[in-house]
Write a protein that binds this ligand. Structure first.
Ligand code: ZN
Length: 185
């Protein structure tokens, strides 16, 4: 396929997107279960099957990155993403509101922050495939400026957990997270 920039056909894009979502949800479920987050593991990203998100993602499917990244590049915004982040509490973007007349971040409740960590690990695995290492999610977090838009408490906690994964591996870090979630519930 190298050098071929033509868009894949509808069925290819539909199948490709469904498989990507399915694999991603399976990975997130595995991580969430390891943290004891059963309900969140099962319901993670279900809105991706809603028409508002599904049709658009299939339309802009490329296979090697999120369809929303492609769409944002083309139009400057992606309505499906706005739908997604407005309904899914595991995204830090959900936790924004007016505070003292200023649109600003709220600290993420810990169980959604933990789900967000699972989401990051799973996304890195899905997109990086055999290039994935236990440091991948931390590297991605530190390289991207998005952490500067999070509530400082959220950014600090996320970095701490991702560092635990990078240094001690997923099994140990998710076991720690499971204990912490029990205490903080
Ligand atoms: Zn999501």
């Amino acid at each position: 396929m190298s050098g071929n920039t033509s868009k894949p056909g509808l069925l290819k894009r539909l199948a490709g997107h469904i498989v990507t979502v399915h694999r991603h949800r399976k990975e997130v479920r595995r991580c969430c279960f390891a943290c004891g987050l059963y309900r969140q593991g099962i319901t993670h990203d279900l809105s991706k099957y809603s028409p508002s998100e599904l049709f658009e993602s299939v339309r802009y499917y490329q296979g090697y990155r999120s369809p929303y990244s492609y769409e944002k590049e083309l139009f400057g915004y992606a309505p499906g993403w706005l739908h997604h982040k407005g309904r899914n509490k595991h995204h830090w973007e959900y936790w924004y509101d007016l505070r003292d007349s200023k649109f600003s971040p709220l600290p993420m409740p810990f169980r959604y922050l933990a789900e967000s960590v699972c989401d990051r690990v799973a996304a890195c695995r899905t997109y990086q495939k055999d290039q994935y290492t236990q440091e991948s999610a931390l590297k991605y977090f530190l390289e991207k400026p998005e952490r500067l838009s999070m509530h400082p408490d959220t950014a600090a906690e996320m970095e701490r957990i991702l560092r635990d994964i990078a240094e001690n591996g997923e099994d140990a870090a998710f076991a720690h997270l499971r204990e912490e979630l029990k205490k903080r519930r």
